[in-house]
Design a binder for this molecule. Structure first.
Ligand SMILES: NC(=O)c1ccc[n+]([C@@H]2O[C@H](COP(=O)([O-])OP(=O)(O)OC[C@H]3O[C@@H](n4cnc5c(N)ncnc54)[C@H](O)[C@@H]3O)[C@@H](O)[C@H]2O)c1
Ligand SMILES: O=C(O)C(=O)C[C@@H](O)[C@H](O)[C@H](O)COP(=O)(O)O
Ligand SMILES: [Zn+2]
Length: 382
């Protein structure tokens, strides 16, 4: 890492991917001086900044002023806030804007915002001129612990989540923990679902720590946030470095997502169901299905449900307000899951668990067991 350690830098997590490797810099107040953390990556003193309306309203002027003071010209493109922006139309607008800004391959594009800004901008950068450099500057808990790291980028289509996309690693990830302070509690909780996921996959001690300190993370205790973010980034960096393109163990990061993405596709990406909420419900489904298959002790599924309920996250579709799951029966759920990227030869790939911290990939869930389980929990048994 070529940046000098300063009072505001809490730590750096390397993502060991050879010539595509990069650092995740975690600190406080990094947004006040982005030029300092990016200078060594710039070939010339100009870049493009992509953000959403909410994040730009909160942090945009400060970041633009700081870049100007550092002598860096920044063109900006602002997208609407929310999941709906991960669309073909916003992708087209963003690519056109970056071309109009004369962004070259080795110029930097900064993605300042949550996972939506990061996924859309990362994808635009993957395809623009067949690859432009991107720096992720995640501002939600979810994007700091998950989406900014690992290079998965993409957009949604009615058929499913992230079905159009590419792998495109960032050149650096800049995490400013102070940006968590302006997040709503609902968004903090949604991000927390992905934090907890790392404990469920292969870090049982981290899950126990979250049972004791999860509330501190959500309520803004900075040391607890710093530990949770760093621990999550270390987990993600380790898994991504071992399997960049999801040929094997990276699929573990999809725990809760086979179910969760189907719920999101049915709900329609309009903000009534957040990705992290879908993942929370999906993790419960993965543990309950594992218990039904006698793979996982029922007590572990119970422990997961209790922790999510204590945290204020949903564990069932009925916990989400409104009628967005109307018409979602077992058959529709299975049809949506058939679109998942882990499907091979028509068989849905599930991330199941032998217990908390013991997730594994399975392709042999018997269809009748799956259907019976889904019938038992979905509100509309159509
Ligand atoms: N690429 C990956 O590996 C990966 C991993 C996990 C999730 N994802 C994707 O990430 C997306 C979800 O990301 P998200 O939860 O960050 O959602 P998001 O980007 O929609 O952000 C959530 C909301 O918070 C607002 N916001 C962002 N930062 C803020 C701040 N500091 N203060 C106040 N408001 C702020 C946004 O404007 C938005 O309204 C989903 O599309 C999901 O599929 C991708
Ligand atoms: O980085 C990964 O790999 C993940 O699976 C992280 C997930 O949290 C994320 O939501 C991802 O986008 C889902 O993967 P996808 O390939 O199903 O889109
Ligand atoms: Zn996710």
């Amino acid at each position: 890492m070529s940046n000098s350690v300063a009072a505001t830098e809490i730590g750096t997590v390397p993502v060991a991917l050879g010539d595509r490797g990069y650092d995740i810099v975690i600190g406080e107040g990094l947004l006040a001086d982005p030029g300092r953390w990016l200078g060594d990556l710039l070939l010339r003193p100009r870049l493009a900044l992509v953000s959403d309306e909410t994040v730009f309203g909160l942090y945009g002027d400060g970041v633009m002023d700081a870049l100007a003071k550092a002598g860096i010209r920044a063109d900006r493109h602002i997208i609407p806030a929310g999941e709906g922006a991960k669309s073909f139309s916003e992708l087209e607008r963003l690519c056109s804007a970056l071309l109009d800004f004369d962004i070259e391959r080795r110029d930097l594009v900064l993605a300042l915002g949550g996972g939506v800004v990061g996924d859309l901008t990362g994808f635009a950068c993957a395809i623009l001129r067949r690859g432009v450099d991107v720096v992720q500057i995640p501002t939600t808990l979810l994007s700091q612990v998950d989406s900014s790291v690992g290079g998965k980028t993409g957009i949604n289509v009615p058929q499913g989540k992230n079905l159009i996309g590419a792998f495109h690693q960032p050149r650096r990830v800049l995490i400013d923990l102070t940006s968590l302070d302006s997040l709503t509690m609902r968004e903090r909780r949604a991000g927390y679902a992905e934090v907890m996921k790392y404990g469920l996959i292969d870090q049982p001690d981290f899950f126990s720590w979250l049972e004791d300190h999860g509330a501190d993370v959500l309520l803004g205790d900075r040391p607890s946030q710093a530990f949770a973010v760093a621990q999550s980034c270390r987990s993600k960096a380790r898994i991504v470095a071992a399997d960049e393109r999801e040929q094997g163990q990276r699929a573990l990061l999809n725990l809760g997502h086979t179910f969760g993405h189907a719920l999101e596709a049915h709900a329609g990406y309009d903000g009534r169901l957040l990705h992290g909420e879908a993942v929370a419900i999906g993790c419960v489904m993965a543990f309950e299905l594992s218990a039904r298959l006698a793979l996982c002790p029922p007590d572990d599924a119970d422990r997961l449900r209790r922790h999510l309920q204590k945290t204020g996250l949903p564990i069932r579709c009925e916990d989400i307000a409104g009628d967005l799951f109307k018409g979602l029966g077992a058959d529709r759920m299975i049809a949506l899951m058939q679109q998942d990227k882990k499907v091979e030869n028509g068989m849905i790939g599930f991330i199941l668990a032998r217990g908390i911290g013991r997730a594994f990939i399975s392709r042999d869930v018997p269809m009748p067991v799956l259907r019976d389980y889904l019938k038992s929990i979905l509100p509309d048994l159509a």
